[in-house]
Design a protein around this ligand. Structure first.
Ligand SMILES: Cc1ncc(C[n+]2csc(CCOP(=O)(O)OP(=O)(O)O)c2C)c(N)n1
Length: 678
């Protein structure tokens, strides 16, 4: 390969090592080893518009090992999206170069990365989104999705799900480079695994190419080959040298050392000056793009401009010939959803909220083509199969015109794929499983919250009333955990995630409406397995339930002079109604019953509104099938919460209701005791 290609890679090595050195923290070794690949990819292969990195038809690049951020920022400085000043400010307050990359598509960062394994799985989602768009609008918009994985990502369990799904779907548009440098954070790779990675991916249906990942010609040839794949994703295993080019104080080779993984080279015992000199730079002035590299990249960017121009012309021609489809395409890319008449969605009386969700999905399947729904092998239990019954076809190898993704049993993979679909753009996305298994998805929805991606989670079987399946399947602490995430604000200052636990079918419809309308954060829907009595109404339950938009509202007052506020979410609201009716009947005490579908949203309302719904002067009694702490913040120190503060047990749901005291009669007794002790 030409000298300029190697020189550019050396330039990336110098910049990466210098950034870490200046920041006094970071990961130089991996970045230096991966520099050759990233250089060839960005200069020769990755198609993007250098003047607009958000161009919709760009190839996507998803980094998995976020700790290699210096490598990405360095190559993007050659592309022109970062200045030397940005690299000098690496890891510092207010910089656009945080320690691990945070989604910033304007600057060419497609995804937040850092938790190993998630980046390449998001790439699988992006590749699915691209194929699904091409199936709807044509191959003119096709592009590749590249991803870069390291030993850590290969070892993370999620790679099993990502590899399986990409292979099963035959995602030939997905090209993954594995930076196999045999070094990880605390050990070498061979100390922790004897697996044959090539065979593993081959068995999942991937093409596998093994190369010297520091050899520009081998990288080039592998990428050419990968780009020709017609029905399989490609894994390029690049054997690289950790800390390539680094030297010790006596000019000794300092590559291939665990010590250069996660600290400045000097802290590892290497010499930064000798290293920079060895790579052709000036140790006194390391933050420089060599003039010849600048020139080389300028030429390559011009080639990309020509490519983009041709692609845009092709798009313009297509739009002219297909004006209606073109309108739809732009709506998809804007994230617009067709107007849905939620009010017209019919439910049978007294159904489970998972069934209400299914009824909504049935309708959405008919009216919305840009919503992809997935389930981790539970679609007939979490009732996402309502979407299939409404007409959604499965997405399968060779036919991406469908909009249901059967993810198999892989909750984390599924949720991270959804992040990738959302990050790609073009589709809204939702995924379902049992609420108890949301535990498996936490790393994904934490990143969705951080990235501000509007992924929707459909979590059913929301409490101990799962019944005979027993404590393994009965979520108790889960709502409390999620409500914490409502309190965690994102960088835009909004609730990290909107958590909605509807109390009956009407609230279920409104919850879906709110989820679809929430384009700025993820939304969780927590739904019951068991039937719930519809809440009382004087006019129209749908209209009443619209008040869910304020997080909490008064469902009913049992008289004009309430002496107590009863509050709950989900199925416990109906239990409150029962108890309140007994209280009225037996004691002639009026109460007001409040449904708190989202505490986070409620707390964002005006103080007046909050005081009107949960007045300070009235005693407050909460009931939750989860931990008491779920509602303790709302009832305050003088209030009381009836909660479940232990694991559940295996028995029929109605027996558990009796044993745990979740009956109208028992709650009535608890309320009386609470009022007596006031
Ligand atoms: C899920 C997760 N677990 C642990 C870490 C901490 N960590 C960061 S890098 C790393 C080892 C990475 O080794 P490798 O992927 O080979 O990167 P390289 O040493 O080549 O830079 C670990 C354990 C992490 N970032 N994410």
């Amino acid at each position: 390969m030409s000298n300029i290609v190697d020189k550019s890679a050396d330039n990336i090595r110098i910049l990466s090592a210098s950034m870490v050195e200046k920041a006094k923290s970071g990961h130089p070794g991996g970045a230096m080893g991966g520099a050759d690949y990233i250089n060839t990819l960005y200069s020769e292969f990755l198609n993007f518009d250098p003047d607009d990195l958000t161009w919709v038809n760009r190839d996507r690049f998803f980094l998995d090992p976020g700790h290699m951020s210096p490598m990405l920022y360095s190559v993007l400085s050659m592309v022109g999206s970062y200045k030397m000043e940005d690299l000098k400010n690496f890891r510092s307050w207010g910089s656009i170069t945080p320690g691990h990359p945070e989604i910033d598509q304007v600057h060419g960062i497609e995804n937040t990365s850092g938790p190993l394994g998630q980046g390449h799985t998001m790439a699988v989602g992006a590749a699915i989104a691209e194929r699904a768009l091409a199936a709807r609008f044509g191959e003119w918009l096709s592009h590749k999705t590249y991803t870069f994985i390291s030993d850590g990502g290969i070892q993370e369990e999620i790679s099993q799900g990502a590899g399986r799904i990409a292979g099963t779907l035959g995602l030939s548009n997905l090209i993954m480079f594995y930076d196999a440098n045999n070094v990880q954070l605390s050990t070498t790779v061979e100390e922790v695994t004897i697996e044959n990675t090539a065979k593993k991916y081959e068995s999942w249906g991937w093409n596998v190419i093994s190369i010297n990942g520091n050899d520009a010609k081998e990288i080039h040839d592998a990428l050419v080959l990968a780009n020709k794949s017609e029905d399989k994703p490609t894994l390029i295993i690049g054997h690289t040298l950790m800390g390539k080019g680094s030297l010790g104080p006596n000019n000794e080779d300092f590559s291939n050392k665990v010590s250069t993984h996660g600290q400045p080279l000097t802290k590892a015992g290497a010499s930064i000056d000798k290293t920079i000199e060895n790579l052709g730079g000036d140790p006194k002035n390391p933050f420089v793009i060599f003039p010849e590299v600048k020139e080389y990249y300028a030429q390559m960017m011009d080639k990309k401009r020509a490519y983009v121009k041709a692609k845009k012309a092709e798009q313009a021609q297509w739009e002219k010939a297909n004006p209606e489809l073109a309108k739809k395409f732009h709506a998809y890319m804007n994230g617009d959803i067709p107007a849905v008449d939620y009010k017209s969605i019919e439910h049978k009386a007294n159904i489970a909220t998972r069934q209400a969700s299914s009824d909504v999905l049935f309708q959405l399947a008919k009216e919305v083509d840009n919503l992809i729904v997935s389930s981790a092998d539970l679609c007939n239990s979490d009732k996402t199969d309502g979407y299939i019954k409404g007409g959604a076809k499965n997405i399968v190898k060779g036919d991406f015109s469908g909009k249901f993704l059967q993810a198999g049993v892989s909750e984390l993979t599924m949720a991270v794929i959804c992040n990738g679909i959302a990050a790609h753009g073009g589709f809204r996305v939702a995924c379902g499983t049992f609420f108890v298994f949301s535990d498996y998805m936490k790393p994904a929805f934490r990143l969705a919250a951080l990235m501000e991606l509007p992924v929707i989670y459909i979590w059913t079987h929301d409490a101990f009333r799962v019944g005979e399946d027993g404590p393994t399947h009965q979520p108790v602490e889960h709502e409390a955990q999620l409500r914490l995430m409502e309190k965690l604000h994102n960088h835009s200052g909004n609730m990290g995630i909107l958590v909605l636990r509807p109390a009956d079918a009407a609230e279920g419809t409104i919850a879906w409406k709110m989820a679809m309308e929430n384009t700025s954060t993820p939304t969780a829907l927590i739904l019951s397995r068991q039937n719930i009595k519809d809440l009382p109404t004087t006019k129209c339950r749908y209209e009443d339930a619209l008040q869910c938009k304020r997080g909490a509202y008064i469902v009913k007052k049992t008289g004009n002079n309430p002496q107590i506020t009863l509050l709950a979410s989900g199925s416990e609201v109906a239990t409150c109604v029962e108890a309140a009716n007994i209280l009225k009947e037996k004691n002639n005490v009026d109460s007001q019953i409040v449904s708190v579908i989202s505490e986070g949203l409620f707390r964002e309302q005006t103080k007046e509104y909050q005081a009107n719904i949960i007045p300070n002067e009235l005693p407050k009694f909460g009931i939750t099938a989860g931990l008491s702490i779920t509602l303790e913040g709302l009832v305050g120190s003088n209030g009381k919460v009836y909660g479940l503060n232990h694991f559940g047990f295996s028995a029929p749901a109605n027996i558990l209701d009796e044993k745990f005291g979740y009956t109208g009669e028992n709650i009535y007794n608890e309320i009386c005791e609470f009022l007596d002790n006031k």
